[in-house]
Design a binder for this molecule. Structure first.
Ligand code: NDP
Ligand code: 8X3
Length: 251
């Protein structure tokens, strides 16, 4: 049975990669994006044995690149039934008055503007078909502000707000809009946040069992396999040892 095509942004690592793997195992067609072309090639070789895989290498911060990439999809593979806006990052973790402005630009341009460019490009065809599903990856940081989380947390709060706005505006067109908001997930996220400092990157996960990308992928699979009349608007998924952004039980 044709389950349709899922586009996953940021599929070259972490949650996006794990979601690509799980959805391939479950027979969804995949359109996978990221900036690291070699990793995209590896994914295509590996997951292409299970399902159809199309890869698009571009920087989500660049609107022209986004539009060109989506327009380049081959006839027959153009239909995007589900869009998972996953690409994102935290850059740095400093007190507000000590933050690097370039980090702010990068987070706002990726987590917000990238999500907007992708959704704006893909949504009109969903509206035309009267069906579609957009899943935005939020965060516990989009529910709670924490010390030194400032702009990253603000971008994820905005993802929550935008998801609600998108859902409201596309309601009558049959397009579902959801957020999945994880707590601590061990991926490349922390290595990126601390700019390659592996010792610092390990700290958030010390003495506790974080989520894996696969754990989040399983939640996403549940969300996209509900019947047409059911929408999981919002899903918060946390490690059992985590009660809030900074409330973590460590052994
Ligand atoms: P990873 O660093 O492991 O993966 C991030 C992905 O985003 C990579 O595939 C990367 O690909 C892609 N990406 C980043 N910047 C760009 C860009 N400018 N253009 C295109 N792709 C980009 O992190 P996670 O898997 O953990 O993060 C995925 C999402 O989950 C993010 O939105 C993050 O905020 C969110 N999240 C993560 C949590 C965690 O604890 N890990 C918790 C809550 C939410 P490439 O470098 O190849 O471009
Ligand atoms: C990532 C989780 O707690 O580091 O969104 O902000 S956290």
């Amino acid at each position: 049975m044709d389950k349709g095509n899922v586009m996953i942004t940021g599929a070259t690592a972490g949650i996006g990669e794990a979601t690509a793997e799980l959805l391939a195992e479950n027979g969804f067609g995949l359109i996978l994006t990221g900036r690291r072309n070699e990793r995209l090639g590896d994914l295509k070789a590996r997951l292409g044995k299970l399902t159809s895989v199309h890869t698009l290498c571009f920087d989500i911060r660049n609107m022209e690149e986004v539009n060109k990439a989506v327009d380049s999809l081959p006839e027959g593979g153009k239909e995007i039934n589900i869009l998972i806006n996953n690409a994102g990052l935290a850059a740095g973790m400093n007190h507000f008055h000590e933050c690097d402005m370039e980090d702010w630009e990068q987070m706002i341009d990726t987590n917000l503007k990238g999500l907007l460019y992708m959704s704006r490009k893909v949504a009109p065809a969903m509206i035309e078909r009267g069906a579609g599903h957009i899943i935005n990856v939020g965060s516990i940081a989009g529910r709670e502000m924490y010390e030194r989380g400032n702009v990253y947390s603000a971008t994820k709060h905005a993802v929550e707000a935008l998801s609600s706005g998108m859902r409201t505006d596309m309601l009558k067109h049959g397009v579902k809009v959801s957020t999945v908001s994880p707590g601590l997930v061990e991926t490349e996220f922390s290595i990126v946040r601390f700019k390659g400092d592996k010792e610092k990157a390990r700290q958030p996960y010390r003495g506790m069992k974080p989520l894996s990308g696969r754990d989040v992928a399983e939640a996403v699979l549940f969300m996209i396999t509900r019947p047409p009349h059911v929408s999981i608007h919002d899903l918060l998924i946390m490690p059992t040892a985590q009660a809030g952004a900074l409330i973590v039980h460590r052994e």
